[in-house]
Design a protein around this ligand. Structure first.
Ligand code: MOS
Length: 739
């Protein structure tokens, strides 16, 4: 009987966070600190011809002004980085690095760094740096270069399933439409920041990152020092959503300045610098064509996406990847191509690819439902994939049917009048829409270390990060559960390269990867205790194997007969141990290969549209997800609610606007880049249909959090159509598109 797993548990780091004890990258106190301020360029493409730093250098408090003329060259980037395409090793990492040449690759690229005694002095002097350029014609408009789209290098282009072209010719019912998603930015609350401290050739850096080991490899290579010389510290992250997955340009810039000046340097992005200081969700154009029988049975799906990348790197978010696995359909072509723009490189952003692709596919499904006059939910059920249509493998588990059923029932879907503009609340047009969500059940190698002390406390560590989902808490729960300790007896630490290696926190794979490592380390502690216990000839566990015992309430006991036990404290006393340490590396099991592994969800939403003002409100959302076992329902609901709210932002608010004449972002701030606020958020209910999945990993957990967002933009767009009769295929759905 689980004591912690599956029970609502408040964040173990909650008090530290609300009392200010939790330290974020920019908050570490370091003596003799100097402050850097980044100067951004003002053209999109070309070269710097002159850069005049004299006035800035004369300004009060300025220590040095770095430009490409006096900045040392960084060493090559290592292939260990999370560089696109995800999961494969790049031939050469071409991600942008600051102040390395006179070339300008994108507007608002850093062109200088002013370091001064105070932040204010650095920021003031930054305005005195004068740059002239030799500008070249640039192109930042994905629409204008969509015809130049190509497949990225690396993996071979996707092959069709069946014969999509022929199937489309023969289909009795067809729909085809084009969908657009603008550039979007992560906009976490905490701006990216680093403090770099050198001691001889040893570097300590406090950085906002989703992966301390990635930053370590990056900086070690940048400064040609051994990896063990670089210590990366990042215990708390105030949101990231993908923006801190790859090392951005500022950690190396900060460390460079600190090394040159022989004193610690801190750099913090401004909100405006956040818009080119890391990647973004790319501008994405998608074409979806569906062919079906009159019965609603899909015969073909053609789903093609084009999104932008930079001129220097091939980023691909695999927009159309999940489309292959969502519906049973014999003929399919799903492909994502990229096109160069003079923008900085895009990156992964919450539910990358999946939320974009499912926006298009799930809106197209709604269009098909109206075309053949079938209920949109019914259409999904008709095409339900009982096995993975792409690989033909069975699902390790898939409770999507139950998600649909439960969501529809809770929402009252059967009361829906399908006729657009048929439902009203006073003057407001009411619309009900639904969509499917999908995400992976990923797992990667991860290592955790547990030290069990004779006083009955445990220290657990792994160099993962907690960007907000509640990793501190969930790892503490898993350790306490399998060490048989109380939560208060377990301390879990993360976010530091002094801890064992773990993957970056991304892809909703931390609980499956790091959780499995903590679980494995706890079992290893139990096995070690058993070994020690059985050195005693009178041990009641004499003939037991490691798999037969468990730890509970300070005892090591036989699972099948809990009256046979040894007190852990006694074992340690007798063997004169003050502590036992075990390190465990968990790996995805080979059995995973025999199955298709996905997490699923169903979303039902209500919108109210003001017919006079064109404003849309998400008044009700019910989201039911099936993502294996839920370890901490409290944090998990919070994750899924967060996903719904982000889906709401994507559907109705968020867009990074570029003035293509200058190739410059027009709204790099939270005044003009709109994200949902409290007034936008009404009733949101999230539910889980738990799956008992023995294949995915020992804990039976799948990816969640990102899953909570997928399907929401489509459900909202479909509800807006139901409310207004107007099909808006370009996000966000702003009033101008409805009037
Ligand atoms: Mo994320 S885009 O899994 O950090």
């Amino acid at each position: 009987m689980a004591r912690y797993i599956g029970k609502e548990t408040s964040r173990v780091d909650g008090v530290a966070k609300v009392t200010g004890k939790a330290k974020y990258a920019a908050e570490f106190a370091v003596p003799n600190l100097a402050y850097g301020f980044i100067v951004l360029g003002s053209i999109a493409k070309g070269t710097i011809t002159t850069i005049d730093t004299q006035e800035a250098e004369r300004a009060s408090g300025v220590i040095r002004v770095f430009t490409h003329l006096n900045t040392p060259k960084f060493g090559p980037k290592p292939p260990t980085e999370q560089a696109p395409p995800k999961g494969t090793q790049p031939e050469e990492d071409k991600s942008f690095r600051a102040l390395q040449s006179d070339r300008i690759f994108f507007n608002a690229q850093p062109v200088a760094l002013v370091v001064a005694e105070t932040y204010e002095q650095a920021r003031f002097a930054a305005r005195l740096v004068k740059v002239t350029y030799n500008a070249e014609p640039h192109m930042t408009d994905t629409e204008a270069v969509r015809d130049r789209a190509r497949f990225p290098k690396g993996p071979p282009p996707p092959q069709p399933r069946g014969n999509p072209e022929e199937a489309m010719r023969d289909a009795p019912v067809k729909i085809e439409a084009e969908y657009r998603i603008p550039i979007e930015h992560h906009n976490p609350m905490e701006p990216h920041a680093a403090i770099a401290v050198w001691q001889d050739d040893k570097l300590t850096i406090f950085d906002k990152t989703q992966g301390v080991y990635t930053v370590r490899a990056h900086l070690a290579a940048s400064f040609s020092v051994p990896e063990e010389n670089v210590s990366v510290v990042s215990p708390f992250v105030g949101g990231a959503f993908g923006s801190a997955l790859r090392p951005n340009y500022y950690p190396a810039l900060t460390a460079m300045a600190a090394r040159e000046l022989k004193r610690p340097v801190k750099i913090v992005y401004t909100r405006t610098q956040m818009f080119t200081g890391h990647g973004y969700r790319p501008y994405t154009i998608q074409k979806v064509a569906l062919g079906a029988e009159q019965s609603g049975k899909l015969s073909v799906i053609i789903h093609e996406a084009v999104h932008n990348t930079s001129s220097t790197e091939e980023f691909n978010d695999n927009t159309t990847n999940f489309a292959r696995q969502v519906y049973a359909c014999p003929n399919l072509y799903a492909a994502t191509r990229i096109t160069d723009t003079d923008c900085n490189t895009p990156t992964w952003m919450r539910a990358p690819g999946a939320v974009s692709g499912m926006f298009a596919l799930e809106c197209a499904m709604d269009e098909l439902a109206y075309e053949i006059k079938i209920d949109p939910l019914e259409l999904r059920l008709i095409n339900y994939a009982d096995i993975d249509p792409q690989s033909g493998k069975p699902w390790s588990s898939k409770a999507l049917r139950e998600c649909y059923r439960l969501g529809a029932e809770k929402f009252g879907w059967e009361k829906r009048n399908p006729e657009p503009r048929s439902m009203r609340d006073g003057n407001m047009l009411v619309g009900w829409g639904m969509a499917t969500g999908v995400w992976g059940a990923f797992q990667r190698e991860a290592t955790a270390r547990i030290t069990l002390r004779a006083d009955g406390t445990a220290h657990v560590s792994s160099a993962t990060s907690d960007i907000g989902p509640g990793t501190y808490t969930v790892m503490t729960m898993i350790a306490a559960e399998y060490l048989g300790l109380k939560l208060e007896q377990v301390q879990f630490e993360l976010g530091d390269t002094k801890f064992p290696k773990a993957p970056s926190q991304g892809g909703s794979q931390t609980t499956s990867s790091v959780g499995s490592a903590v679980y494995g380390a706890a079992l290893a502690i139990g096995a070690k205790l058993l070994e020690h216990a059985n050195k005693d000839a009178k041990s009641p566990l004499k003939d037991a194997a490691a798999a037969d015992v468990e730890m509970l309430d300070g005892r090591l006991q036989l699972k099948s007969d809990t009256s046979r036990f040894v007190h852990v404290a006694d074992i340690m006393k007798r063997t004169r141990l003050t502590e036992i340490t075990e390190t465990f590396e968990s790996k995805p099991s080979p059995e995973r290969q025999n199955y298709a592994l996905l997490a699923h969800g169903a979303q039902f939403v209500e919108v109210k549209v003001d017919p006079d003002l064109g404003t849309t409100h998400l008044t009700r959302a019910i989201e039911v997800t099936a993502c294996g076992k839920i370890i901490n329902p409290k944090a998990s609901h919070s994750q899924e609610i967060g996903g719904v709210i982000w889906g709401l932002g994507m559907a109705l608010h968020e867009a990074t606007e570029v003035d293509h004449r200058y190739g410059r972002i027009m709204n790099p701030n939270l005044q003009h880049y709109h994200v949902p606020v409290n007034a936008d958020v009404h009733e949101i209910e999230t539910m889980f249909v738990e799956e008992d999945d023995k294949v995915v990993n020992p804990l039976g957990v799948k990816g969640m959090g990102e899953l909570g967002m997928v399907g929401i933009p489509a459900a909202i767009a479909n509800a807006v159509f139901h409310a207004t009769g107007k099909r808006v295929r370009d996000l966000p759905i702003t009033p101008d598109k409805l009037l």
